[in-house]
Design a binder for this molecule. Structure first.
Ligand SMILES: Nc1ncnc2c1ncn2[C@@H]1O[C@H](COP(=O)(O)OP(=O)(O)OP(=O)(O)O)[C@@H](O)[C@H]1O
Length: 220
């Protein structure tokens, strides 16, 4: 599904050059649930951003369904990203001034879908994460776990093939974190491929593959 071939990524600032990801080969297969683990600063988020086409590699190539995206223009990459991936972040990234339902509709605004259909899809996504009764709330009227579930609804509303989650339970207590994990596992069992960064060994044990990153490289 997603293949990284000898991918490297260097960040350059005025004074420092950081080789964040070094020469990585990684194949994420359709239907897998991959947990990515490793110490702080080892390159996990960089790797997730590369997999999700949010960033381009400095060297190496990335293939989506066998098609190398190296020669794609930024606009083509953006379209492929929007169609293929849903993103979930540690700090939810909801828009505070928008109601729950409007937050979830956001990714659909870039597609040619009528307002009525957008609302129907957003409602269905919120029902999937058990928040069908909170459509008109604002994010700050919800618990952290509920806010992350809204973020999951927003990530799945466009029916992406792959969900990418960067420490999705990092800001939640263990009970809310387990609820979020339950939802991700359920979506995976229904066919969505999931790649998740986590620091939690217990969470990682619930998924079918653990990828360990150290100093920008994968370790066995
Ligand atoms: N935009 C950036 N500009 C410069 N350096 C960066 C940038 N983003 C990340 N880095 C550096 O690249 C390396 C890898 O960072 P990355 O965020 O991928 O690590 P991580 O494993 O996700 O860390 P954490 O678990 O703390 O989130 C680090 O040394 C970091 O300082």
């Amino acid at each position: 599904m997603i293949r990284l071939n000898k991918v490297s990524k260097t960040y350059r600032t005025d004074k420092v050059e950081t080789l964040a990801v070094k020469d990585i080969d990684l194949h994420v297969k359709r239907g897998e649930f991959v947990a990515m683990m490793g110490p702080s600063g080892c390159g996990k988020s960089t790797l997730l951003n590369l997999i999700g086409l949010l960033d381009r590699p400095g060297a190496g190539s990335i293939e989506v369904d066998g098609v190398p995206i190296t020669r794609y223009r930024d606009k083509q990459v953006a379209k492929l990203r929007n169609q293929t991936f849903g993103f979930i972040f540690q700090s939810f990234h909801l828009i505070p001034d928008l109601r729950v339902i409007d937050n979830v509709e956001l990714p659909l605004l870039y597609r040619s879908i009528s307002g009525t259909e957008r609302r129907r899809l957003a409602r269905a996504a919120l029902e999937k994460v058990d928040l069908g009764a909170r459509l008109d709330h604002y994010p700050n009227q919800l618990s952290g776990g509920q806010q992350q579930r809204v973020a999951i609804a927003r990530a799945i509303v466009g029916e992406p093939q792959v969900l990418l989650a960067d420490e999705p339970t990092g800001n939640l207590d263990s009970k809310m974190g387990a609820e979020v994990m339950d939802i991700l596992l359920k979506l995976n069992s229904e066919g969505t491929t999931v790649v998740m960064v986590t620091h939690d060994e217990l969470e990682a044990r619930r998924v079918n593959r653990i990828v360990r990153v150290f100093d920008g490289q994968l370790v066995a």
